[in-house]
Write a protein that binds this ligand. Sequence first.
Ligand SMILES: [Zn+2]
Length: 317
Amino acid sequence: MCYHNVAKVELHCHLDGILNPSILKEILLKRNTSLKIEELESAYPVLCFDDFINWFNKTNPHFKSLPDYKPIINHHVQNLRTQNVIYAELMIPSGSLPLDKEKMLECVQEFREYTTAMENGKVQIEYIVAFGRNKTPQHVEERGDRILKLYDSHLICGVAVAGLEQGNPIKPFRKTFERFKEAGIGIEIHAGEWCGPESVHDALENGFPDRIGHGVSLFKNPNLIEIIREKQIHIEICPTSNLKTGSVDDIKNHPIKQAFNLGINFSINTDDPGTFECTMESEFKLLHDTFGFGEQEFEKIKENSLKSRFQKQLRYS
Ligand SMILES: [Zn+2]
């Protein structure tokens, strides 16, 4: 089985989870950063949830604004091209955007142009803005204004909500999500990653998502599976991430095969390839080795991922 030649689509990857020691070494050849190689290397391996938080706490303070991610995205787009990824959506952390609306538009426009120039007619890169669950409704409402401004300006195609589920439901943000829904922006909510099916219920009831990130625990609830199937909600599955943060105890117990057999619309993603030391190719190999997935399954996954992308216009086909 050649995982390299299989055309791939990635819908769930965070800009702030791509950095790894080899990218940092490349960056250091050109300029100084406040993050040292030894400090980043000491955050590996990431083997549990606490390690995952430790990795973010070590890297995040050094990459504060969107232009800081340029050398990282440069490396990443090349990497996607060599893995035969044909379309990818990337999540920009909302905290990396300038507060002033005009400056924010200019900044994202410039970042997009920088990225598009690297696509080389091979991989289309689109952006989503992601914010954390641990915010106040007022904060989310204000972020919502800015996210919709970016969407109206055709600079992003979606909005995502990530972060700790425990004690941070979507319900208090319902008003903002009603605005998102009305505007037609793609909506993704990370849910059912660390909490049970009730968290997926909360996301579906109050956030009107087109896509659920992870959704591991929804497979424990037949009623929820039916709703997901009926509404054709897409599930962004991130196998290695789920294993490394403890959402599943063993990859063999991951509900991927169940999802495929049930005809659920899902994609395969790295989530944070730098943090979890994985690639799209390694994820596909993992599915082959663990569940016996082959050409037929990968073709179906590609079809579903493309169907569920937030940017409807394809630049290369
Ligand atoms: Zn994620």
